[in-house]
Design a binder for this molecule. Structure first.
Ligand code: CTP
Ligand code: MG
Length: 452
């Protein structure tokens, strides 16, 4: 079956009320329409894509098609005064096909799994649409603003796109549509029905909704972020700050791999529905095992939080080689091994990602008895800055979060007699880490955020 697509994108977005039409609004890291086009362009099921755009939109779209490597299948054409006019122009630009899928540019989060059943239904019946139950009850109204009656919600469905049509039927429907219909009609399925199709309706999805009003942009932002950052690895994730970070990321919908030296990793992972991995990050071969396990199960790594850290209270003059080594191996080398592995998969996937190192306020001003700890944590700041520079071409961002003294088991062990100390709540540190994960801050990459 030869299947092509028309993606109307020539509207001006009057209901959104912004000067730039909504399809060109940057959501997370790319204009809305790019999400839509990428789904179609990546699908082997779709042969050719016509995108009707306005006169002003055409150069913008050309640029996007080039920048996001969509050139292969996409044909940009001039749209029209109405959605129907735009779709007709798109249709005329396509080579003849068996089935044409029509999909609004401003429904960016469809999934390609719908294409085949939809196209097959259209091939069989002439046309097929996607629908959802109504959210609100529908009222019939009078011209002067009064209610006439309410409709029985169960009898109606909200029409979404994608929709699919036999190519010949859609061609015929547009050739025979009246000018009034072309200007004021909003439903291609209606044209197809009148052209003789028995329109099959398939279940759509809340994710096929149309970005129409301002609040829809916020939803789109959120969904785009969730798509970009799905899988996180948190080292030292069984206690203290790491545990709070793991919980907080899981709350935001990420799948979290909790890494810890002890068996508690499993326990924390079970509670948050993630994956527990017992490993010592100071050993490169164990870090490799962690990444293999996560990639094997979830296929990607988008977020790395290097939180694993150990400390001993010992003055420099009394510190043995082994103690120094153990602290630096875990706090600094461990972060390096993890960063190297994360960098590789983030760069290869083309998705980029974010790497966060947990520092310590001891990096500035020194602290008696914490030389190895402070030195290793200070090293992380430099590691972050270099990661940010080297990661920039790949969309990999890096941040250091530097908490002041925090109420953790590590601190309690170091200072068992500490009373009434004014300590930070680990949950507050986790909030800042989560912020760095869920905000899109390419221009701030490399920076340290102090939590005082
Ligand atoms: N569309 C089009 N040509 C038009 C009008 C609309 O290609 N003359 C496209 C829009 O770009 C959008 C889709 O049809 O992708 C759905 O239309 P709608 O949500 O109504 O978008 P706009 O018409 O841009 O928005 P509004 O109605 O608020 O002005
Ligand atoms: Mg419109």
């Amino acid at each position: 079956m030869r299947v092509s697509a028309v993606i109307p994108a020539a509207g001006s977005g009057t209901r959104m009320g912004t000067p730039t039409p909504k399809q060109f609004w940057v959501v997370h890291d790319r204009p809305l329409i790019v999400y839509t086009l990428q789904t179609f362009a990546r699908s082997d099921f779709i042969q050719e894509i016509a995108v009707p755009a306005s006169e002003d939109g055409i150069p913008l779209l050309r640029d996007l098609v080039r920048r996001f490597h969509l050139d292969g299948k996409v044909r940009i054409v001039l749209g029209g005064a109405s959605r129907h006019h735009s779709i007709r122009n798109g249709l005329l630009a396509l080579s003849p096909a068996d089935v044409v899928i029509v999909h609004d540019a401003v429904r960016p989060f469809i999934f390609e799994e719908i294409f085949r059943p939809l196209a097959e239904a259209a091939w069989e019946h002439g046309a097929a649409g996607t629908v959802m139950p109504l959210v609100d009850t529908v009222l019939a109204v009078t011209d002067d603003g009064f209610m006439e009656r309410s409709l029985d919600r169960r009898l109606y469905r909200a029409s979404q796109t994608p929709q699919a049509f036999r190519y010949e039927i859609l061609r015929w429907a547009y050739e025979n549509a009246s000018e009034d219909e072309m200007l004021h009609g909003t439903e291609c399925l209606e044209l197809a029905r009148r052209a003789g199709a028995r329109v099959r309706l398939l279940e759509g999805s809340p994710f096929f909704w149309k970005v129409t009003y301002k609040p829809d942009i916020y939803t789109a932002e959120r969904l785009a972020m969730e798509r970009a950052r799905q899988v996180a690895i948190v080292t030292g994730g069984s206690r203290g700050i790491g545990r709070k970070v793991a919980e907080s990321l899981a709350d935001r919908g990420l799948r979290v791999a909790v890494v810890a030296r002890g068996g508690e990793a499993e326990e924390v992972a079970r509670r948050i529905g993630g994956m527990g991995i017992q490993a010592d990050v100071s050993r490169p071969e164990e870090v490799q095992r962690v990444f293999e396990a996560v990639l094997g199960r979830w296929g990607r790594v988008d977020v790395l939080v290097n939180n694993a850290g150990i400390a001993r209270w010992r003055r420099i003059a009394e510190m043995g080689d082994g103690e120094w080594q153990e602290i630096v191996d875990t706090n600094l080398s461990g972060a390096f091994y993890c960063t190297r592995a994360a960098f590789k998969t983030m760069a290869e996937s083309g998705n980029g990602g974010v790497i966060i190192n947990i520092g310590s306020s001891s990096i500035s001003g020194g602290r008696v008895g914490e030389g190895a700890y402070a030195a290793s944590k200070a090293g992380l700041v430099a590691l972050t800055e270099t990661t940010a520079l080297e990661g920039k071409p790949y969309g990999i961002h890096a941040f250091t979060v530097i908490p002041r003294r925090t109420d953790t088991a590590l601190r309690r062990a170091l200072y068992p007699d500490e009373k009434d100390a004014d300590l930070l709540d680990p949950a507050d540190v986790a909030r800042v880490v989560t912020f760095c994960v869920t905000e899109w801050m390419p221009h701030l990459s490399g920076q340290s955020f102090w939590v005082r």
